[in-house]
Design a protein. Structure first.
Length: 94
């Protein structure tokens, strides 16, 4: 599973095009929801801008785990490749 209760997450996809404006929306993962079509799901509270979407900022909705990407501190062992000596970002050539 991608998420756990208490996580902040980004909604990265939706199944119903009616909710496309919600893609990129930040949510707080509250608790496990009943599976949606056999897939693990979470009840989430919208925390982004209330004018951004069909779903208001104070509302809750269920989202499939695979449609969420958690935003977490990677921990003390995480390495930012841009700070590693010798790291060269891929260049685009025309």
């Amino acid at each position: 599973m991608n998420c756990k209760p208490g996580d902040l997450a980004v909604l990265i996809r939706v199944l119903d095009s009616e909710f496309n404006p919600n893609i990129g929306r930040i949510v707080e993962v509250l608790h496990r929801a009943p599976d949606l079509d056999g897939e693990p799901a979470w009840t989430c509270r919208m925390v982004g801008s209330p004018g951004h979407t069909e779903i208001g900022a104070s509302q809750q909705a269920d989202a499939r785990d695979r449609n969420l990407r958690p935003i977490r501190d990677p921990g003390n062992d995480a390495v930012d490749q841009t700070l590693v000596p010798g790291y060269v970002k891929d260049e685009v050539t025309a």
